[in-house]
Design a protein. Structure first.
Length: 260
């Protein structure tokens, strides 16, 4: 009796499908793909506007439509990281890698996440894998340089950031980070060159003005130091960064107190 019921069910399914236009049957997955893409695109626009909660909701809608959409998991992971939900962000990157073990971007961002959570060795391991999968990945080289600097290997850090700049000569963050690494190594003249190039590319990069200003102060160039530090302070204030603004004002006061 059960076998007969199954046969009837199969027959009904076949009848329903045969009655549907072929175009409609084929269009169903295409429609789902289009809807998923629309949700992912909407999430990206919401991130640009600073609406992280809305973006997370949009990426979740995309995942509900297609639970195997790797990009939706990676994008939601990034939004969750920016939102401060590191645990769920980490889970999203893990799921992306479960779906696609060769996803360089997912390895890179999971590496960033691990480093942010204090696991520098784990972060380095993931970013190494991202670079193996995508050897022309400037962001991965830049971040690996940052990690290596934090781990005390300044020469390796500079080598990595050199590669990032080679791959992307207008990479402002990499130029700034290389300047920091060179400063730590004591090569302040080369550091000034990197900070200056970063500022040419991004005149709003307050950190570069501040770092260059401090080197000028160390070299005894008070006027150049104060000019850079005042610019940095103005930018920090305008950008809503009160901590760095106050710290920069303190540096300015220290320099001004030298001649008093």
């Amino acid at each position: 009796m059960r076998a007969a019921t199954n046969a009837i069910a199969v027959g009904l399914t076949a009848t329903i499908l045969s009655a549907m236009p072929i175009q409609a049957v084929r269009a169903l997955p295409v429609q789902v793909a289009a809807q998923t893409s629309n949700w992912v695109s909407q999430g990206a626009e919401q991130v640009k506007r600073g609406d992280l909660a809305g973006a997370i909701a949009s990426y979740t809608q995309a995942i509900q439509l297609n639970s195997r959409n790797t990009e939706a998991y990676v994008s939601r992971g990034l939004a969750r990281a920016d939102y401060g939900d590191l645990r769920r962000a980490f889970a999203d990157f893990n799921q992306a890698l479960k779906l696609n073990p060769k996803h360089a971007k997912a390895f890179f961002h999971r590496g960033e996440m691990r480093a942010a959570m204090g696991d520098l060795a784990g972060g380095l391991k993931d970013i190494n894998q991202a670079i193996r999968l995508r050897p022309n990945y400037p962001e991965a080289f830049n971040h690996r340089g940052i990690l290596r600097a934090e781990m005390g290997d300044i020469n390796a850090a500079i080598a990595d950031i050199n590669q990032a700049v080679k791959l992307k000569p207008t990479y402002t963050d990499a130029l700034y980070n290389r300047g920091r690494a060179k400063t730590e190594r004591g090569d302040t003249t080369a550091a000034i060159q990197d900070y200056t190039q970063a500022i040419r590319l991004n005149t709003q990069l307050a950190e570069a003005y501040g770092s260059r200003g401090l080197i000028y102060a160390q070299k005894g160039n008070k006027s150049a130091a104060l000019q850079d530090l005042n610019t940095a302070a103005q930018l920090f204030q305008r950008q809503g960064n009160p901590e760095n603004y106050q710290q920069t004002l303190a540096y300015i006061e220290q320099i001004q107190d030298v001649d008093r």
